[in-house]
Design a protein around this ligand. Structure first.
Ligand code: ASP
Length: 382
């Protein structure tokens, strides 16, 4: 009986149950996935950086500008998913407008290095096969997220830096963009102020402006991407977490997709993105529960189904725990996350985070300050 039971449950694999899990789109042991009518068919979350983002520090006009830019990015990603595009395509579609917007610290509007340049980092990961691409120290590629993806698809490597990355870009037909495209007066002034007043990057900026997106597509596949200029005044070839797979970006169909923003050194030390996904994967080992009566037709004798997944509360709890570890070490920032079940959530230990999320069930929100959102995702410390 035990063997029969095991065989049956193994054969069933990941069975779809709506009841205890808010959106059952589940990955089985092979990274394949299945979907269910009751689940959001697709889901996306974006961020444009976390930090000391408080209403009293912003004008109403600035707030409206950020909201519009976030909505544009969210809409671009959601459109891809709603039309049946892949999570990988959606992540890139959402990140490109934020790279092109001078409001965020990615692409145009990136912060300046100590030497007065804009050095760009980006990474992307596909949850289907955990293929990944990343670039760091790029100065002439307009949309570094596209180059990161090309590293994934057209090179035998995961991570390219500086001149080599640009040589690869030109061999791949990427246009050479004038570095002036990335430079904005606001960011130049931040560097000047930092030098004049001997301020840290944190003091001068008060916020991180990295951008990122995570998505679940209608095939049940996950993807994550992140793009940044790093931190103001970075030098000695400093690289933050954003282009580091496992720190700033991670996606695995078995667990989750994460993109981070914050004080990169701490996110690297904690391995934030992968740490969250690993904890979720372990927490979502198959559980055996009673099958719905009509699951397999009238002739079946099975009484047990296996289910994978975590509840939204568990996913939130795990994310908050890992972010609490970042805070304990002295770091701050936040993450966005999507699970195979379609839960999209945020966790941040800063006053605010530029963020948004949308899904096939009609969720569509952008938020800036702590605790604004309609659903879960309230930061642990506020
Ligand atoms: N995490 C980025 C870095 O450390 C900064 C950011 O999030 O804006 O380079």
């Amino acid at each position: 009986m035990t063997n029969i039971f095991r065989n049956l449950t193994a054969a069933l694999g990941a069975v779809l149950l709506a009841a205890p899990f808010a959106g059952p789109v589940m990955a089985d042991d092979h990274g394949d996935s299945h979907s269910d009518d009751a689940a959001p068919k697709w889901s996306i979350a974006i961020h444009g950086g976390a930090g000391t983002i408080r209403r009293d520090l912003m004008t109403a006009e600035q707030e409206a500008q950020y909201e519009a830019a976030l909505q544009e990015a969210l809409d671009a990603g959601a459109k891809v998913l709603a039309e049946g595009g892949t999570a990988m395509e959606a992540v890139q579609a959402a990140i490109i407008p934020m790279e092109d917007s001078p409001l965020f610290n990615a692409g145009r509007g990136a912060v300046f290095t100590w030497e007065g340049e804009n050095e760009l980092d980006a990474s992307i990961m596909d949850g289907r096969d955990r293929s990944a691409g990343a670039v760091t120290g790029v100065t002439t590629v307009k949309n570094p997220i596209l180059l990161a993806d090309r590293v994934r698809t057209d090179s035998p490597h995961v991570f390219l830096m500086g001149e080599g990355a640009e040589q690869f870009a030109s061999e791949q037909g990427f246009e050479v963009t004038d570095p002036e495209w990335f430079a904005t007066q606001r960011r130049r002034e931040s560097l000047e102020r930092m030098k004049a007043d001997a301020l840290s990057a944190m003091d001068v900026d008060l916020k991180f402006g990295t951008v990122g997106a995570v998505a679940l597509d209608m095939e049940g596949n996950l993807a994550a991407g992140t793009s940044t200029g790093g931190m103001t005044g970075k030098r000695w070839g400093r690289i933050g977490d954003a282009p580091v797979i496992g720190a700033g970006t991670y996606a695995d169909n078995r667990s989750c997709a994460v993109s981070a923003t914050g004080w990169g050194e701490f996110f690297i030390r904690v391995g934030v993105a992968q740490e969250i996904c690993t904890r979720i994967r372990i927490a979502s080992h198959p559980r055996y529960v009673e099958c719905p009566e009509d699951a397999f037709g009238p002739d079946t004798v099975f009484v047990t189904c296996s289910v994978r997944g975590v509840s939204v509360e568990d996913a939130q709890g795990i994310s908050d725990e890992v972010m609490a570890e970042v805070a304990e070490l002295g770091g701050d920032g936040g993450i966005i996350l999507v699970t195979p079940e379609g839960h999209a959530l945020y966790s941040f230990n800063t006053a605010g985070m530029y963020r948004g999320r949308a899904n096939s069930d009609g969720m569509n929100e952008v938020a800036i300050f702590g605790g604004e959102e309609t659903g879960t995702g309230e930061p642990p410390d506020h």
